[in-house]
Every structure is written in structure tokens, then in C-alpha cells.
Design a protein around this ligand. Structure first.
Ligand code: NAD
Length: 491
């Protein structure tokens, strides 16, 4: 029997007018029946959030909210196995990965933002006035209000909590729209919120799709105060248009076409291991994943050979099999998209050096969205596969000769999310990393994060930054109070 997932509005689970099936990417079986939110449910969720803001929640203190975030983190840890099962059922990712990466980070997100909000001081300035007096300015950091949180399917709970934790920490009320592909963990989080003592209406969930469904109903709603969104660049563009009539602020974490730059002095053991993680983690379905690898000519053949060997060693399989090192893509539709790029690459003259198609799987898994880790050479930046985000375990490798050329090739993209520089020359590491037109650049690393540091991208990769105090800028709406203090006379 499949599970039934409902919307969560004002502290109650509510039905939608219709429902849809969530399908497993592992074997094509049904995972859950999901109640889709129509306009009535979305209206009710926004109204519940507004009501919460107008009630005691709107007068809650930073100390109370920091304590609440810590309770949520604790409760996530207590229900770790439930969240793990929900996330794995929706995505098919290996349990070991979800345990280490996805669910653990959800708790860290709440703890990290509890620390950030608790440490935040009053923003104040003392100004001299023309008559010899002074003026005291202080900014009261109010919540932004009702925040729409729209998230994708690739790291569902991690990305959801990355936004919900600071939003609630800053005193907002949220209406969350998880991806139609991964509705489970956001629903479970509703139970956790209630158990941790989050007041009714502060966390609401509406299920459904984007255009013509809950996503669009939410972003076009007149009574939301801002949208924080993670997903495709094209969707970000649609949401920007949707909020334009009411001029609402947005924070967008969008797609990428991230480059790795490998110089001939790099430690090749570390580099190939790092490249392998950056290309293939989560079956290549991380916005930060590398899809373009530029390698200095002297080590090009060796890097290609070593990376191809590493790609061939991945083992697709069931999430709970300890030998599984790669899960499926999220859906058959997404696999069709990735495969269409691979066939385009072949037609344009790519030489496939690893993978390239669908792996042989046992018949019980034949309806799953499996794909081989794939690498090619022979295509330059003019081709679609080197310009467009594919979002699978795939990358093209291209040789370069000079540092200038490597920088030019890496920056030759409309995206600007992340880049990784691999070199033993730290001067060069800093120099090249600083010249990357991206939000985040690594030197001899990938995915390493301090949750207080700014996260986001430029160009098609996003608007704004989140993380630590950068998140607080988006989730608060300060009112500046300026008090004139008259001059003190002659004494
Ligand atoms: P998507 O844009 O298709 O969907 C994301 C969410 O938006 C889903 O919940 C979807 O239902 C909703 N949505 C779709 N159309 C909408 C509309 N018109 N109005 C309102 N909501 C709408 O993205 P996806 O396929 O779920 O996720 C993969 C994408 O996310 C990739 O491009 C990836 O790079 C990006 N991503 C970016 C980051 C980052 O931090 N920069 C992190 C993870 C994923």
C-alpha cells in the first residue's frame, strides 16, 4: 500500500481537490499518492501564515526562535531514520549517501542558523547634526513576512531546510512547495515542526507542480512578501515575472555549468578523486557538480584515462545495498533529457571515453531511471553539451595550454555558480579562483562548505546570496528609526 501525503495548512493536514502518484526512480513502482493543492488550499496556507505573523509568533524574541531552531534540529535527529527512508524512497539515492549528506545537513542547517540569529547585533549609527547635536539610528530587523519557499528534487530536505531554518529564525511564516518528485520529507518535516513546538501556521506545505499548479498559484499570490527559490534558471525567470506585479523580493539559487580547471602541477591523485566526486555525486544531480573539465595539455591524457577508469567503477543498484555507489536519475523524463544530450554530443563528434548509455540492470529494476557515468572529449565551448546544464553524471574534457586560456574557457558561459581549481601552486590557485565569474570557487576542493559563507551565483545561476548573515539580509525587512538628540548647550 502506498503512502498518502497531504498538504499542511495552519497545523492541520488537508486534502487537495486532486491527487497524483509519486513514482520510484528505482523500479517505477508507486511511492505515494500526493494531494495536489488547488487555489483554495494555497489561499488557506497563505492566510494561515499571515495569521501566524499577526499572532504571538510575530512578537517572538530571537532567543525564543533560536531555542526553537535547536529543538527542531534535535527532533530531526530523533526522526533521522524516518526522514532517511522518505528521502531514499523518493530519490533512490544510496542510503549511505543520504545518511551522511542529506539528512545530517538538515539538522546542521537549523543549528547553524540558531547560532547566526543569536549572534546578530543591533545595526546602529550615531550621526553628527548641523546644530551640534546628534542623531541615533537603529534598524529594527523585522521579518520579511509570508515567504514562499520553492525547492527542487535533487537534495530535497537539505535544500528545503537551508531556507526554512533562516526564514523561521528571522520570525517569518513560510509556505513551502516541495518538488512534485520529492514530496515526502517536506511532509514529514511538518510533523517534526509540530512536535518541536512551532506554532500553527508558521510552517505550511502545499503540494503540486509548477506552471498551472501549486507553484504558480503560490508565486502569483497577492499576499506573499517574498519568494526564495532553488531550481532551474528558466523557472527562476518565470517566477521573477510572476512576482513583478507586486514587486516582491526574490532569492534565487539556480542552475550551473560548472568548470574544473586542472593545471599540470596538480596532485593528480587528489585531483582525480575530487573530480570524480564533483562530476558523479548524487548521480550528477547537484547544482555544484562539474560538467566542464579543462585540463592542461601535459596531463590531459592521463587525467582522461584515470577519470574514465574511476567512472567505470561506479556500481548502480538498490539504495540499501552497501555495494551501491550510484543511484538512478530522478525520473524517466529526466533520463530522457540527459540521454538526448549524450546523443547530441555523439552526433557532434564527441569521443565517449566512459559510459554513454543505460547500464544493464536486473529485470526488477528495468523500469528505473538508471544511467551510466559518462565522459567525453573532443567538443569545444561552442557546442550545446558544453553550454547547457545537463544535470546528470556527465562531463566533457577539453585541453588547454595557458592559465589565461583556462580562465577564458571557464568563464565562457552564461551561468556563474561554482568552479574548482586544481593546482599545487597556491599563488595560481588564489589568482585563478578570484578571476572566476562565479559565486563560489574552490581551490583543491569541491563542495566544502562553511554554512556562514555566502552561497549563490551570478548570471543565469541566481540572484542574491544565502548563508549565515547573508540569509538574514533576505529574510528580514529592517525599519530604521532615527532619533534626533538636540545639542547639549554651553556647559
Ligand atoms: P525546477 O525549476 O523544474 O523545479 C523546482 C521547483 O520549482 C519545483 O518545486 C517545481 O515544481 C517548481 N516550479 C516549476 N515551475 C514553476 C513555476 N512556473 N512557478 C513556480 N514554481 C515552479 O527544477 P528541478 O528540476 O526541480 O531541479 C533541478 C534544477 O535545480 C537544476 O537546474 C539545478 O541546477 C537547480 N539547483 C540549483 C541549486 C543552487 O543552489 N543553485 C541547488 C540545487 C538545484
Amino acid at each position: 500500500m502506498t503512502r498518502v501525503l497531504r498538504n499542511y495548512v495552519g497545523g492541520e493536514f488537508v486534502d487537495g481537490a486532486s491527487s497524483f502518484e509519486k513514482i520510484s526512480p528505482v523500479d517505477g513502482g508507486a511511492v505515494a499518492t500526493v494531494h495536489e493543492a488547488d487555489a483554495v488550499v494555497v489561499d488557506a496556507a497563505v492566510a494561515a501564515a499571515r495569521a501566524a505573523l499577526n499572532g504571538p509568533w510575530g512578537r517572538s524574541t530571537v532567543a525564543q526562535r533560536a531555542a526553537l531552531l535547536r529543538r527542531i534540529a534535535g527532533r530531526i535527529e530523533e526522526r533521522f531514520e524516518d526522514l532517511l527512508a522518505a528521502e531514499v524512497a523518493d530519490t533512490g539515492k544510496p542510503i549511505a549517501q543520504a545518511r551522511k549528506l542529506d539528512i545530517a545537513r538538515a539538522a546542521q542547517n537549523f543549528r547553524s542558523f540558531a547560532d547566526t540569529i543569536a549572534a546578530e547585533g543591533l545595526d546602529s549609527y550615531l550621526t553628527d547634526t548641523a546644530d551640534g547635536g546628534r542623531a541615533l539610528n537603529y534598524a529594527v530587523g523585522k521579518p520579511l513576512g509570508v515567504v514562499a519557499v520553492i525547492v527542487p528534487w535533487n537534495l530535497p530536505l537539505l535544500l528545503l531546510t537551508w531556507k526554512v531554518a533562516p526564514a523561521i529564525g528571522c520570525g517569518n511564516a513560510v509556505v513551502v512547495k516541495p518538488s512534485e518528485e520529492t514530496p515526502s520529507s517536506a511532509t514529514l518535516l511538518a510533523e517534526i515542526m509540530a512536535e518541536a513546538g512551532v506554532p500553527d501556521g508558521v510552517y505550511n506545505v502545499v503540494h503540486g507542480f509548477g506552471t498551472g499548479s501549486a507553484g504558480e498559484l503560490l508565486t502569483t499570490h497577492h499576499d506573499i512578501d517574498g519568494v526564495t527559490f532553488t531550481g532551474e534558471s528558466r523557472t527562476g525567470s518565470s517566477i521573477m515575472k510572476a512576482v513583478a506585479p507586486w514587486v516582491r523580493p526574490v532569492s534565487f539559487e539556480l542552475g550551473g555549468k560548472n568548470a574544473a580547471l586542472v593545471f599540470d602541477d596538480a596532485d593528480l591523485d587528489r585531483t582525480v578523486e575530487g573530480l570524480g566526486r564533483s562530476i558523479f555525486t548524487n548521480t550528477g544531480q547537484v547544482c555544484l557538480c562539474t560538467e566542464r573539465v579543462y585540463v592542461q595539455r601535459g596531463v590531459f591524457d592521463e587525467v582522461v584515462a584515470r577519470l574514465a577508469k574511476l567512472a567505470a567503477e561506479f556500481r548502480p543498484g538498490l539504495p540499501d545495498d552497501p555495494l551501491t555507489t550510484m543511484g538512478p536519475l530522478i525520473s524517466q523524463a529526466h533520463r530522457a533529457k540527459v540521454l538526448s544530450y549524450l546523443s547530441l554530443a555523439t552526433r557532434q563528434g564527441a569521443e565517449c571515453v566512459a559510459g554513454g548509455g543505460i547500464p544493464d540492470m536486473p529485470s526488477a529494476l528495468s523500469e528505473g531511471a538508471w544511467i551510466e557515468p559518462t565522459l567525453w572529449t573532443g567538443l569545444d565551448n561552442a557546442t550545446a553539451v558544453m553550454r547547457e546544464e545537463i544535470f546528470g553524471p556527465v562531463a566533457g574534457l577539453v585541453p588547454f595550454d595557458t592559465e589565461q586560456e583556462a580562465i577564458r574557457l571557464a568563464n565562457d558561459t552564461k551561468y556563474g555558480l561554482a568552479a574548482a581549481v586544481w593546482t599545487r601552486d597556491l599563488d595560481r590557485g588564489h589568482r585563478v579562483a578570484q578571476r572566476m565569474n562565479v559565486g563560489m570557487a574552490w581551490v583543491n576542493a569541491w563542495y566544502l562548505r562553511d554554512l556562514r559563507s555566502p552561497f549563490g551565483g551570478v548570471g543565469l545561476s541566481g540572484v542574491g546570496r544565502e548563508g549565515g548573515r547573508h540569509s538574514m539580509r533576505f529574510y528580514t525587512s529592517p525599519t530604521n528609526v532615527c532619533v534626533r538628540i538636540a545639542g547639549g548647550g554651553d556647559d
